[in-house]
Design a binder for this molecule. Structure first.
Ligand SMILES: *Cc1c(COP(=O)(O)O)cnc(C)c1O
Length: 431
């Protein structure tokens, strides 16, 4: 045997670099990727044996951490019964159990459930529900969406059309993209004094009032705008948006794909303003980060109106609808959410993030620091060098992936205080 052995991951990395797209990357000059061979608790293990403390929850999803015995069991048990079976003309226990649990924990009135594949698809489904609803009401001119700038709702076409027009590069897609209506991004921050959101609310009202005949629905991410800029806006704005939608006959779609299941300190971010939307999109943490699954919930009124319309049915039905493995692990994740007292875990993370991150606000180059629930954001004055920061984080034993001018952490709820301190120390170190 030769004394020189090539790092086994070198060949994997080379093939990956030449053939595999990663999210939002170049095929000419991709950012480096790190080979992970396993993950347990809050740690990712690289192929060279190094362990990284996870500060990302795999993009909001892995709320209970990785390799969770209860979730593994749920998948294994279900696998013994069936991995999948079509949902046309068939139903099964995992779908019913999960549907019940979702109706139970989501804001009141949302008790009709549509399961689909991913967050973006759940936004498409919500959009179609809104269009079919107004069609069935005899008001087919109400077919545009309104939204607020700074949002992110996914990567499929309807979802893209309501992402921030600049951040989402709408001009690239030209006429393939439906043109929607945009109100300004709410400037009043979460927790700002009463009255601070008035001008944001007035701008939204002006839009809804002037275009009520064209608007089917207002879609927004409640309280936390995620991938569009990690901005936390005023609950007064959200409460007013609900009231304005009712006043101007516009459905409200709450995209809680990122915020749902406790991340913001409430089970759903809508609870910060004590509102219920007409349509709710869920995804990401729904399965505890185990696999892709999403859901779009609506009210009996919307569902029944759609069903009385021309088609007589809701016109959507994905092949893998209500995939039993995904439903089983999602139901188990919801059980854990209750059993682990996730609300207390998130409250503890929030307190620690405030203590450890807010002082960074005085560091040169830092524009703003904000914390809500289990989310901590350091906004820099300038865009950062993602590859360099990433390398530095990995050298410090943490997994934090910044984007644009945002360095942020949103760890699994089960993270221990020492591990969280390592994440915040690493952020301070790179600043
Ligand atoms: C991630 C995300 C989506 C898209 O979900 P995918 O599963 O990536 O399609 C939509 N809306 C929000 C708010 C998200 O954070």
């Amino acid at each position: 045997m030769s004394g020189v052995t090539e790092d086994p991951s070198a060949e994997l990395l080379r093939w990956d670099r030449e053939h595999l797209w990663h999210p939002y990357t170049s095929m000419i000059n991709p950012l480096p990727v790190y080979p992970v061979e396993g993950a347990t608790g809050v740690r990712l293990r690289l192929t060279d044996g190094r362990e990284l403390i996870d500060g990302m929850s795999s993009w909001w999803a892995a709320i209970h951490g990785y390799n969770v015995p209860e979730l593994n069991d749920a998948v294994t048990r279900q696998l013994g019964n069936m991995a999948h079976v079509m949902f046309g003309g068939i139903t099964h226990e995992p779908a019913v159990a999960l549907g019940r649990a979702l109706v139970d924990i989501t804001p009141t009135g949302l008790d009709r459930v549509f399961f689909c594949d991913s967050g973006s698809v759940s936004v498409e489904v919500a959009h179609k529900m809104a269009l079919q609803y107004w069609h069935a009401c005899g008001r087919p001119s109400k077919r545009r969406l309104a939204t607020i700038r700074g949002g992110y709702h996914g990567d499929t076409f309807a979802a893209m059309s309501v992402c921030d027009p600049v951040g989402g590069m709408h001009h690239l897609f030209g006429e393939s993209l439906p043109t929607q209506l945009f109100a300004p991004k709410p400037a009043a921050r979460f927790g700002a004094s009463p009255g601070s959101a008035d001008s944001d609310i007035n701008a939204l009202e002006a839009l809804l009032m002037s275009k009520a005949d064209e608007i089917a629905a207002l879609i927004l991410e409640p309280i936390v705008q995620g991938a569009g800029g990690m901005w936390f806006y005023s609950a007064d704005f959200l409460g007013a948006a609900r009231a304005l939608c009712t006043r101007y006959d516009v459905l409200l779609i709450a995209d809680e794909i990122a915020t749902g299941f406790g991340r913001t300190g409430q089970t759903f971010a809508c609870e910060h303003a004590d509102i219920s939307p007409d349509i709710l999109c869920l995804g990401k943490a729904l399965t505890g980060g185990y696999m892709t699954l999403a859901a779009t919930l609506t009210t009996a009124e919307v569902a029944e109106t759609i069903s009385r319309g021309e088609a007589g049915v809701f016109m959507h039905g994905p092949t893998f609808m209500a995939n039993p493995l995904a439903c089983a692990v999602a139901a188990a994740s919801l059980d854990l959410l209750r059993r682990d007292d996730s609300a207390a875990q998130v409250a503890a993370i929030e307190a620690q993030l405030r203590r450890e991150l807010i002082p960074c606000a005085n560091t040169p180059g830092v524009a703003d620091v904000r914390v809500l629930g289990a989310i901590g954001v350091v906004e820099l004055e300038n865009a950062c060098d993602v590859a360099a920061l990433q390398r530095s984080f990995v050298e410090q034993g943490v997994w934090i992936r910044p984007f644009r001018n945002l360095v942020y952490i949103m760890p699994p709820y089960v993270i221990a205080a020492d591990d969280l301190s390592q994440l915040t120390s690493a952020v301070k170190a790179v600043l």
